[in-house]
Design a protein around this ligand. Structure first.
Ligand code: CMC
Length: 433
């Protein structure tokens, strides 16, 4: 697609003025009205709270059709990647928008492995935070602190130095994530073990202790890898837009991603995976029945929502939720365990998919609805769920940050507003008010 050669235009009339606006077309036929000159030509701006109709960039990374429930990374359907690829390969794919050769993949694996350790002084940083602190806050702070250990990392680094920062972040994130957990438990921090695969190393960092041998379970490692693949990118969502926005001020990669982790933490975004399990537990423990909970979720005055349901873009079943629902059954069966929370989740879904309120609004399960049940089966504590989302989203944030910095159209992100406050008035000294 080119923003220079629009084949269609749109006409806009405001009062007596009619202007013609270029129309861009994406590679999947999506159209966008280019309003870059709107204010210059008419004095008007657009109003779009939540940016539901606003395209902030042209991107080659991820394609999402919310009406049809399609998700593709650089053209490859998520279902195929989930079945046949692995997280490191998907990370490369997102960053380069092409699959690596065998040699490129081996070299990438070697590079990631080489950078897994964190500076010993950074380990002490964890000790200064309360053990009860939420691990998302700890991870955001620690990723931000990486800028103090790699002070030469800048927004305008040459491509190879940016790549090194990207590799460092992908390599160290499992170590940082696991240390936030180990700190909460008061357990010693394990060193990464570089002969393990990426997901096996995560399990080792989280669950091994120096006292006993630890053998990561390949079934668990594969299930974890699948979760990471499914979370790896989702185009211009809240946290990714945050990473791009912070990066647009020419802040470095670590600072930008630290902000993205904070954005992800909120319960309307990645934090929903923790909220879903808490909701299922409250139903299991008899706080209220599934039916009563659904009635509450439909009552706007209750402030309660069915967590893990609904999406800004998907108006159909989220393809990631479909894969995860199947994986829940498989993981629990292979581990020989049952989880009553899965039955409650299926019951809630069944009620929702047959209820006018949810049908009318096109509310379907999203990625967070079933992921927590798998995390639980893998032994991951509830307040670490969103950290695992962040681990998975890392290549997406990096790819989007890198793409922004290569984009000739990129400018500092600076939306406008429609001012609705007081008109000019004279200041009144305090003793006269
Ligand atoms: N439960 C009950 N009602 C809902 C829900 C829900 N989960 N989601 C949306 N609605 C209603 C909402 O009240 C509104 O009703 P009305 O038209 O009568 O005012 C309508 O559906 C449209 O909702 P919206 O809030 O305008 O939609 P949005 O695109 O602004 O918000 C959302 C999307 C994901 C924030 C929202 O669906 C939600 O709060 N879901 C629960 C939280 C959640 O699961 N978040 C994870 C999102 S997916 C992964 C990720 O991005 O991290």
């Amino acid at each position: 697609m080119s923003s220079e050669t629009p084949s269609k235009t749109a006409k806009l009339t405001i009062g007596d003025t009619t202007i013609e606006l270029p129309v861009l077309e994406g590679s999947e036929g999506e159209i966008a009205i280019d309003i870059r000159n709107l204010r210059n030509q008419t004095g008007a701006i657009t109003y779009d709270p939540g940016f539901g109709n606003t395209g902030s960039c042209l991107s080659n990374i991820t394609y999402l059709d919310g009406e049809k429930g399609i998700l593709r990374y650089a053209g490859y359907p998520i279902e195929q990647l989930a079945e046949q690829s692995n997280f490191l390969e998907v990370s490369w794919l997102l960053i380069h928008q092409s699959l690596p050769t065998k040699q490129e993949l081996a070299e990438f694996h070697r590079e990631i492995t080489y950078h897994t350790m964190v500076h010993e002084d950074l380990k002490r940083f964890f000790g200064s935070m309360p053990k009860t602190g939420h691990p998302m806050a700890i991870c955001a702070a620690t990723v931000g602190a990486l800028s103090t250990f790699y002070q030469d990392v800048k927004y305008d680094d040459p491509e190879d130095q940016r790549w090194e920062a990207a590799v460092r972040l992908l390599a160290k994130m499992p170590t940082i994530a696991a240390y936030s957990y180990k700190h909460s438990k008061g357990q010693p921090f394990m060193y990464p073990q570089n002969d393990l695969s990426y997901p096996e190393n995560i399990m080792h960092l989280m669950f091994a202790t120096p006292c006993e041998p630890y053998e990561p379970d390949p079934v668990i490692a594969r299930a974890l890898d699948l979760l990471l693949i499914l979370h790896a990118d989702h185009e211009q969502n809240c946290s990714t837009s945050t990473v791009r926005t912070v990066g647009s001020s020419q802040a470095n990669l670590f600072a930008s991603v630290s902000a993205g982790i904070s954005a992800l933490w909120g319960p309307l975004h990645g934090g929903a995976n923790q909220k879903v399990i808490e909701m299922l537990i409250s139903i299991r423990d008899g706080d209220r029945s599934a039916k009563d909970f659904m009635n509450l979720a439909k009552d706007k005055s209750s402030g309660v929502r069915l967590m893990g349901f609904g999406h800004r873009v998907y108006k159909n079943y989220d393809p990631r939720a479909r894969i995860l629902k199947k994986s829940c059954d498989e993981v629990l069966a292979r581990m020989g365990t049952k989880n009553p929370l899965l039955e409650i989740a299926k019951e809630l879904e069944e009620i929702a998919l047959n209820d006018e309120y949810f049908i009318e609004r096109k509310l379907y399960p999203n990625v967070d609805f079933y992921s927590g049940i798998i995390y639980q089966a893998l032994g991951i504590p509830i307040d670490m769920f969103t950290v695992f989302f962040a681990l998975g989203r890392m290549p997406g944030w990096i790819a989007q940050w890198l793409e922004f910095h290569r984009d000739a159209d990129a400018r500092i992100m600076r939306p406008r507003q429609v001012y609705t406050g007081e008109r000019e008035r004279n200041y009144v000294p305090v003793d006269k008010r």
